[in-house]
Design a protein around this ligand. Sequence first.
Ligand SMILES: [Zn+2]
Ligand SMILES: [Zn+2]
Length: 396
Amino acid sequence: MAEIRDDAAQMSGDLAGLRRAIHAEPEIGRDLPRTQEKVLAALDGLPLEITRGRSLSSVTAVLRGGRPGGTVLLRGDMDALPVAERTGLPYASGVDGVMHACGHDLHTAMLAGAARLLSARRAELAGNVIFMFQPAEETAGGAELMISEGVLDAAGDRPVAAFGLHVTSALLPLGVFASRDGTLMAAADTLEVTVRGRGGHGSQPHLGADPVPVACEIVTALHALVTRQFDVFDPVVITVGSFHAGTASNVIPDEARLSASVRSFSPAARARMLDAVPRLVRDVASAHGLSATAEFVDGYPMTVNNAAEVSFAERAIADVLGGGRFVRMPDPVTGSEDFSFVLDQVPGAFLMLGACPPGVDPATAPFNHSSEAVFDDAVLADGTALLAELALRRLG
Ligand SMILES: [Zn+2]
Ligand SMILES: [Zn+2]
Protein backbone atom coordinates (compact mmCIF):
# COMPACT_ATOMS: atom_id res chain seq x y z
CA MET A 1 0.00 0.00 0.00
CA ALA A 2 2.72 2.39 1.00
CA GLU A 3 4.31 1.57 -2.33
CA ILE A 4 1.73 3.39 -4.45
CA ARG A 5 2.17 6.47 -2.29
CA ASP A 6 5.96 6.27 -2.64
CA ASP A 7 5.70 5.88 -6.40
CA ALA A 8 3.42 8.91 -6.56
CA ALA A 9 5.81 10.90 -4.37
CA GLN A 10 8.61 10.15 -6.79
CA MET A 11 6.47 11.67 -9.56
CA SER A 12 5.94 14.91 -7.59
CA GLY A 13 8.25 16.94 -9.82
CA ASP A 14 6.53 15.78 -13.02
CA LEU A 15 3.08 16.31 -11.53
CA ALA A 16 3.94 19.87 -10.48
CA GLY A 17 5.51 20.52 -13.89
CA LEU A 18 2.35 19.44 -15.71
CA ARG A 19 0.09 21.30 -13.29
CA ARG A 20 2.08 24.52 -13.65
CA ALA A 21 2.21 24.27 -17.45
CA ILE A 22 -1.60 23.93 -17.53
CA HIS A 23 -1.95 26.73 -14.98
CA ALA A 24 0.19 29.11 -17.03
CA GLU A 25 -1.88 28.55 -20.16
CA PRO A 26 -5.50 28.31 -18.99
CA GLU A 27 -8.45 27.82 -21.35
CA ILE A 28 -12.21 28.24 -20.86
CA GLY A 29 -15.20 26.14 -21.87
CA ARG A 30 -15.53 23.23 -24.24
CA ASP A 31 -12.62 23.96 -26.50
CA LEU A 32 -9.31 23.48 -24.67
CA PRO A 33 -6.85 22.50 -27.44
CA ARG A 34 -3.66 23.37 -25.56
CA THR A 35 -4.76 21.64 -22.39
CA GLN A 36 -5.80 18.60 -24.40
CA GLU A 37 -2.36 18.61 -26.05
CA LYS A 38 -0.64 18.61 -22.65
CA VAL A 39 -2.80 15.73 -21.44
CA LEU A 40 -2.08 13.69 -24.56
CA ALA A 41 1.66 14.36 -24.16
CA ALA A 42 1.51 13.27 -20.50
CA LEU A 43 -0.24 10.00 -21.49
CA ASP A 44 2.07 9.34 -24.43
CA GLY A 45 3.62 5.88 -24.36
CA LEU A 46 1.18 4.46 -21.82
CA PRO A 47 -0.83 1.35 -22.79
CA LEU A 48 -4.12 3.27 -23.10
CA GLU A 49 -6.95 3.35 -25.64
CA ILE A 50 -7.40 7.06 -26.24
CA THR A 51 -10.42 8.82 -27.76
CA ARG A 52 -10.84 12.55 -28.22
CA GLY A 53 -14.21 14.22 -27.89
CA ARG A 54 -16.19 15.35 -30.93
CA SER A 55 -18.12 18.34 -29.58
CA LEU A 56 -15.53 19.21 -26.93
CA SER A 57 -11.79 18.72 -26.46
CA SER A 58 -12.12 15.91 -23.94
CA VAL A 59 -9.80 12.94 -23.62
CA THR A 60 -11.12 9.52 -22.71
CA ALA A 61 -8.43 6.94 -21.94
CA VAL A 62 -9.10 3.30 -21.16
CA LEU A 63 -6.61 1.05 -19.40
CA ARG A 64 -7.33 -2.68 -19.66
CA GLY A 65 -5.92 -4.64 -16.75
CA GLY A 66 -4.05 -7.92 -16.98
CA ARG A 67 -6.82 -9.75 -15.14
CA PRO A 68 -10.56 -9.82 -15.92
CA GLY A 69 -12.96 -7.71 -13.90
CA GLY A 70 -15.29 -4.75 -13.91
CA THR A 71 -14.66 -1.11 -14.77
CA VAL A 72 -13.97 1.94 -12.62
CA LEU A 73 -14.18 5.53 -13.86
CA LEU A 74 -11.88 8.29 -12.59
CA ARG A 75 -12.63 11.87 -13.56
CA GLY A 76 -10.71 15.13 -13.69
CA ASP A 77 -12.01 18.40 -15.11
CA MET A 78 -9.71 20.61 -17.17
CA ASP A 79 -11.24 24.08 -17.68
CA ALA A 80 -10.40 27.49 -16.24
CA LEU A 81 -12.47 30.59 -15.41
CA PRO A 82 -12.84 34.15 -16.74
CA VAL A 83 -10.88 35.59 -13.79
CA ALA A 84 -7.85 37.88 -13.94
CA GLU A 85 -5.21 36.19 -11.77
CA ARG A 86 -3.70 38.24 -8.94
CA THR A 87 -1.72 35.56 -7.06
CA GLY A 88 1.71 36.79 -8.16
CA LEU A 89 2.87 33.15 -8.48
CA PRO A 90 5.86 32.46 -10.75
CA TYR A 91 3.68 30.15 -12.86
CA ALA A 92 0.65 32.48 -12.86
CA SER A 93 -1.63 32.65 -15.89
CA GLY A 94 -0.08 34.08 -19.03
CA VAL A 95 -3.52 34.60 -20.56
CA ASP A 96 -5.25 37.91 -19.81
CA GLY A 97 -8.47 37.52 -17.85
CA VAL A 98 -8.31 33.73 -17.64
CA MET A 99 -7.23 31.75 -14.58
CA HIS A 100 -7.33 28.25 -13.15
CA ALA A 101 -9.08 29.67 -10.09
CA CYS A 102 -10.95 26.43 -9.29
CA GLY A 103 -7.91 24.13 -9.24
CA HIS A 104 -8.91 22.06 -12.27
CA ASP A 105 -5.25 22.22 -13.36
CA LEU A 106 -4.45 20.06 -10.31
CA HIS A 107 -7.30 17.64 -11.12
CA THR A 108 -5.95 17.16 -14.65
CA ALA A 109 -2.39 16.57 -13.44
CA MET A 110 -3.51 14.09 -10.76
CA LEU A 111 -5.62 12.11 -13.23
CA ALA A 112 -2.71 11.92 -15.70
CA GLY A 113 -0.49 10.80 -12.80
CA ALA A 114 -3.00 8.11 -11.81
CA ALA A 115 -2.99 6.82 -15.40
CA ARG A 116 0.79 6.47 -15.16
CA LEU A 117 0.69 4.71 -11.76
CA LEU A 118 -2.01 2.29 -12.88
CA SER A 119 -0.34 1.58 -16.22
CA ALA A 120 2.72 0.43 -14.25
CA ARG A 121 0.42 -1.91 -12.29
CA ARG A 122 -1.49 -3.15 -15.29
CA ALA A 123 -0.66 -6.81 -14.65
CA GLU A 124 -2.27 -6.80 -11.18
CA LEU A 125 -5.25 -4.69 -12.26
CA ALA A 126 -8.43 -6.83 -12.27
CA GLY A 127 -10.55 -5.00 -14.82
CA ASN A 128 -10.57 -1.69 -16.68
CA VAL A 129 -10.14 1.94 -15.75
CA ILE A 130 -11.71 4.84 -17.67
CA PHE A 131 -9.84 8.14 -17.26
CA MET A 132 -12.29 10.97 -18.00
CA PHE A 133 -10.50 14.25 -18.82
CA GLN A 134 -13.37 16.70 -19.02
CA PRO A 135 -13.70 20.27 -20.35
CA ALA A 136 -16.53 22.72 -19.59
CA GLU A 137 -17.28 22.00 -15.95
CA GLU A 138 -17.66 25.70 -15.23
CA THR A 139 -19.76 26.50 -18.29
CA ALA A 140 -21.66 24.01 -20.37
CA GLY A 141 -21.98 20.71 -18.54
CA GLY A 142 -19.03 18.98 -20.19
CA ALA A 143 -19.70 15.82 -18.17
CA GLU A 144 -23.15 15.50 -19.73
CA LEU A 145 -21.66 16.01 -23.21
CA MET A 146 -19.02 13.34 -22.57
CA ILE A 147 -21.72 10.95 -21.38
CA SER A 148 -23.67 11.60 -24.59
CA GLU A 149 -20.47 10.79 -26.51
CA GLY A 150 -20.18 7.48 -24.68
CA VAL A 151 -17.61 7.94 -21.90
CA LEU A 152 -19.53 5.62 -19.55
CA ASP A 153 -19.36 2.83 -22.12
CA ALA A 154 -15.79 3.49 -23.22
CA ALA A 155 -14.50 0.22 -21.73
CA GLY A 156 -17.43 -1.88 -23.01
CA ASP A 157 -19.28 -2.37 -19.75
CA ARG A 158 -20.73 0.23 -17.40
CA PRO A 159 -18.43 1.25 -14.53
CA VAL A 160 -19.18 -0.33 -11.16
CA ALA A 161 -17.97 2.85 -9.47
CA ALA A 162 -16.85 6.40 -10.29
CA PHE A 163 -14.59 8.70 -8.30
CA GLY A 164 -13.52 12.33 -8.57
CA LEU A 165 -11.58 14.82 -6.44
CA HIS A 166 -12.00 18.57 -6.02
CA VAL A 167 -9.31 20.72 -4.45
CA THR A 168 -10.20 23.71 -2.30
CA SER A 169 -7.95 26.70 -1.65
CA ALA A 170 -9.65 27.37 1.69
CA LEU A 171 -11.88 25.78 4.36
CA LEU A 172 -9.93 22.50 4.62
CA PRO A 173 -6.35 22.16 5.89
CA LEU A 174 -3.68 21.09 3.42
CA GLY A 175 -3.94 17.41 2.50
CA VAL A 176 -7.22 16.70 4.30
CA PHE A 177 -9.98 14.96 2.32
CA ALA A 178 -13.65 15.59 3.07
CA SER A 179 -16.94 14.14 1.90
CA ARG A 180 -20.29 12.86 3.10
CA ASP A 181 -22.96 10.26 2.37
CA GLY A 182 -25.83 11.26 0.08
CA THR A 183 -26.11 14.81 -1.19
CA LEU A 184 -22.72 16.50 -1.25
CA MET A 185 -23.54 19.48 -3.46
CA ALA A 186 -26.67 21.36 -4.45
CA ALA A 187 -28.74 21.28 -7.60
CA ALA A 188 -28.52 24.71 -9.20
CA ASP A 189 -31.30 25.85 -11.53
CA THR A 190 -32.07 29.26 -12.96
CA LEU A 191 -35.49 30.88 -12.73
CA GLU A 192 -36.47 33.45 -15.39
CA VAL A 193 -39.53 35.61 -14.63
CA THR A 194 -41.20 38.10 -16.95
CA VAL A 195 -44.03 40.31 -15.66
CA ARG A 196 -46.14 41.81 -18.45
CA GLY A 197 -48.10 45.02 -17.85
CA ARG A 198 -49.03 48.02 -19.95
CA GLY A 199 -46.72 51.00 -20.19
CA GLY A 200 -47.70 54.64 -19.99
CA HIS A 201 -46.96 58.05 -18.53
CA GLY A 202 -45.48 58.04 -15.03
CA SER A 203 -47.94 60.77 -13.99
CA GLN A 204 -50.98 58.54 -14.70
CA PRO A 205 -50.25 55.05 -13.35
CA HIS A 206 -53.99 54.24 -13.14
CA LEU A 207 -54.21 54.32 -16.95
CA GLY A 208 -51.42 51.77 -17.38
CA ALA A 209 -50.59 48.47 -15.67
CA ASP A 210 -47.27 48.93 -13.88
CA PRO A 211 -45.15 45.74 -13.79
CA VAL A 212 -42.54 47.19 -11.37
CA PRO A 213 -44.38 46.93 -8.03
CA VAL A 214 -45.71 43.52 -9.07
CA ALA A 215 -42.19 42.26 -9.81
CA CYS A 216 -41.05 43.64 -6.43
CA GLU A 217 -43.89 41.78 -4.73
CA ILE A 218 -42.85 38.58 -6.52
CA VAL A 219 -39.31 38.90 -5.11
CA THR A 220 -40.69 39.28 -1.59
CA ALA A 221 -43.16 36.45 -2.12
CA LEU A 222 -40.35 34.13 -3.30
CA HIS A 223 -38.48 34.75 -0.05
CA ALA A 224 -41.62 34.12 1.97
CA LEU A 225 -42.20 30.91 -0.01
CA VAL A 226 -38.76 29.64 1.00
CA THR A 227 -39.31 30.22 4.71
CA ARG A 228 -43.01 29.21 4.90
CA GLN A 229 -43.34 26.26 2.54
CA PHE A 230 -40.02 24.42 2.79
CA ASP A 231 -38.67 22.26 5.62
CA VAL A 232 -35.75 23.99 7.35
CA PHE A 233 -34.00 20.60 7.42
CA ASP A 234 -34.37 20.19 3.65
CA PRO A 235 -33.54 23.74 2.66
CA VAL A 236 -33.69 25.62 -0.62
CA VAL A 237 -31.89 28.83 -1.53
CA ILE A 238 -33.34 31.47 -3.86
CA THR A 239 -31.31 34.51 -4.79
CA VAL A 240 -32.77 37.04 -7.21
CA GLY A 241 -29.51 38.25 -8.72
CA SER A 242 -30.88 40.17 -11.68
CA PHE A 243 -33.83 42.60 -11.83
CA HIS A 244 -34.52 44.86 -14.81
CA ALA A 245 -37.35 47.18 -15.83
CA GLY A 246 -37.83 50.50 -17.46
CA THR A 247 -35.80 53.25 -19.07
CA ALA A 248 -36.75 56.55 -17.41
CA SER A 249 -38.22 57.77 -14.13
CA ASN A 250 -41.37 59.14 -15.76
CA VAL A 251 -42.17 56.17 -18.01
CA ILE A 252 -44.09 53.10 -16.88
CA PRO A 253 -42.49 50.14 -18.67
CA ASP A 254 -44.40 47.39 -20.45
CA GLU A 255 -42.58 44.64 -18.61
CA ALA A 256 -40.18 43.75 -15.84
CA ARG A 257 -37.76 40.82 -15.79
CA LEU A 258 -35.95 39.09 -13.01
CA SER A 259 -33.81 36.01 -12.77
CA ALA A 260 -32.84 33.96 -9.77
CA SER A 261 -30.46 31.18 -8.82
CA VAL A 262 -32.40 28.37 -7.18
CA ARG A 263 -30.55 25.72 -5.16
CA SER A 264 -31.93 22.57 -3.61
CA PHE A 265 -30.55 19.46 -1.90
CA SER A 266 -33.20 16.79 -2.43
CA PRO A 267 -35.24 15.68 -5.44
CA ALA A 268 -38.41 16.29 -3.39
CA ALA A 269 -37.50 19.91 -2.62
CA ARG A 270 -36.46 20.51 -6.20
CA ALA A 271 -39.76 19.11 -7.54
CA ARG A 272 -41.73 21.16 -5.05
CA MET A 273 -39.90 24.30 -6.12
CA LEU A 274 -40.58 23.61 -9.80
CA ASP A 275 -44.27 23.30 -8.96
CA ALA A 276 -44.72 26.11 -6.42
CA VAL A 277 -42.75 28.94 -8.00
CA PRO A 278 -44.59 29.30 -11.33
CA ARG A 279 -47.93 29.21 -9.52
CA LEU A 280 -46.82 31.89 -7.07
CA VAL A 281 -45.49 34.12 -9.84
CA ARG A 282 -48.65 33.82 -11.95
CA ASP A 283 -50.99 34.34 -9.03
CA VAL A 284 -49.22 37.40 -7.63
CA ALA A 285 -49.34 38.98 -11.08
CA SER A 286 -52.97 38.08 -11.67
CA ALA A 287 -53.95 39.51 -8.26
CA HIS A 288 -52.94 42.87 -9.73
CA GLY A 289 -54.51 42.27 -13.13
CA LEU A 290 -51.20 41.58 -14.87
CA SER A 291 -49.71 38.41 -16.29
CA ALA A 292 -46.36 36.78 -15.64
CA THR A 293 -44.41 33.75 -16.76
CA ALA A 294 -41.85 31.76 -14.80
CA GLU A 295 -39.45 29.43 -16.58
CA PHE A 296 -36.85 27.16 -15.05
CA VAL A 297 -33.64 26.52 -16.91
CA ASP A 298 -32.22 23.22 -15.65
CA GLY A 299 -28.72 23.53 -14.26
CA TYR A 300 -26.56 20.86 -12.68
CA PRO A 301 -28.43 18.26 -10.63
CA MET A 302 -27.52 17.38 -7.05
CA THR A 303 -24.17 15.67 -6.58
CA VAL A 304 -25.14 12.55 -4.65
CA ASN A 305 -22.56 10.20 -3.17
CA ASN A 306 -23.15 6.51 -2.61
CA ALA A 307 -22.64 5.83 1.12
CA ALA A 308 -20.81 2.54 0.58
CA GLU A 309 -18.39 4.18 -1.87
CA VAL A 310 -17.71 7.02 0.59
CA SER A 311 -16.84 4.46 3.30
CA PHE A 312 -14.71 2.59 0.79
CA ALA A 313 -12.81 5.81 -0.05
CA GLU A 314 -12.44 6.61 3.66
CA ARG A 315 -10.77 3.24 4.27
CA ALA A 316 -8.51 3.67 1.25
CA ILE A 317 -7.41 7.11 2.50
CA ALA A 318 -6.62 5.72 5.96
CA ASP A 319 -4.71 2.73 4.59
CA VAL A 320 -2.70 4.58 1.95
CA LEU A 321 -2.20 8.00 3.52
CA GLY A 322 -2.63 7.33 7.24
CA GLY A 323 -5.07 8.45 9.92
CA GLY A 324 -6.51 11.91 10.36
CA ARG A 325 -6.66 12.60 6.64
CA PHE A 326 -10.43 12.33 6.15
CA VAL A 327 -13.30 14.28 7.69
CA ARG A 328 -17.01 13.72 7.25
CA MET A 329 -18.80 16.92 6.32
CA PRO A 330 -21.86 17.65 8.47
CA ASP A 331 -23.62 19.57 5.70
CA PRO A 332 -23.63 19.65 1.90
CA VAL A 333 -22.12 22.63 0.12
CA THR A 334 -24.33 25.05 -1.79
CA GLY A 335 -22.13 25.01 -4.86
CA SER A 336 -22.87 22.63 -7.72
CA GLU A 337 -20.78 20.36 -9.90
CA ASP A 338 -21.39 18.47 -13.14
CA PHE A 339 -19.78 15.22 -11.93
CA SER A 340 -23.37 14.92 -10.66
CA PHE A 341 -24.34 13.67 -14.15
CA VAL A 342 -21.91 10.76 -13.75
CA LEU A 343 -23.05 9.99 -10.19
CA ASP A 344 -26.66 9.98 -11.45
CA GLN A 345 -25.80 6.87 -13.45
CA VAL A 346 -22.91 5.25 -11.61
CA PRO A 347 -22.53 4.81 -7.83
CA GLY A 348 -19.48 6.60 -6.59
CA ALA A 349 -17.97 9.30 -4.43
CA PHE A 350 -16.78 12.84 -4.93
CA LEU A 351 -14.16 13.99 -2.44
CA MET A 352 -12.94 17.45 -1.50
CA LEU A 353 -9.20 17.84 -0.91
CA GLY A 354 -7.72 20.75 1.04
CA ALA A 355 -4.95 22.49 -0.93
CA CYS A 356 -4.55 25.65 1.15
CA PRO A 357 -0.84 26.59 1.24
CA PRO A 358 1.08 25.93 4.48
CA GLY A 359 1.15 28.90 6.83
CA VAL A 360 -2.16 30.25 5.49
CA ASP A 361 -5.31 29.98 7.61
CA PRO A 362 -7.88 27.89 5.67
CA ALA A 363 -10.66 29.83 7.43
CA THR A 364 -9.64 33.13 5.83
CA ALA A 365 -7.75 32.08 2.69
CA PRO A 366 -9.23 33.24 -0.65
CA PHE A 367 -11.65 30.53 -1.80
CA ASN A 368 -12.04 28.85 -5.21
CA HIS A 369 -12.96 31.30 -8.02
CA SER A 370 -11.10 34.15 -6.28
CA SER A 371 -8.42 35.93 -8.32
CA GLU A 372 -6.14 35.32 -5.32
CA ALA A 373 -6.93 31.62 -4.77
CA VAL A 374 -3.73 29.57 -4.36
CA PHE A 375 -3.69 25.76 -4.54
CA ASP A 376 -0.57 24.06 -3.21
CA ASP A 377 1.33 21.52 -5.31
CA ALA A 378 1.97 19.49 -2.16
CA VAL A 379 -1.38 17.69 -2.58
CA LEU A 380 -0.62 16.40 -6.07
CA ALA A 381 1.22 13.21 -5.11
CA ASP A 382 -1.28 12.07 -2.48
CA GLY A 383 -4.27 12.91 -4.69
CA THR A 384 -2.68 10.93 -7.52
CA ALA A 385 -1.93 7.98 -5.25
CA LEU A 386 -5.47 7.97 -3.91
CA LEU A 387 -7.12 8.03 -7.36
CA ALA A 388 -4.95 5.10 -8.45
CA GLU A 389 -5.59 3.20 -5.23
CA LEU A 390 -9.37 3.71 -5.48
CA ALA A 391 -9.40 2.07 -8.91
CA LEU A 392 -6.98 -0.71 -8.06
CA ARG A 393 -8.68 -1.63 -4.80
CA ARG A 394 -12.25 -1.28 -6.09
CA LEU A 395 -11.47 -3.72 -8.90
CA GLY A 396 -9.42 -6.01 -6.65
ZN1 LIG B 1 -15.42 26.13 -9.96
ZN1 LIG C 1 -14.36 23.26 -9.87
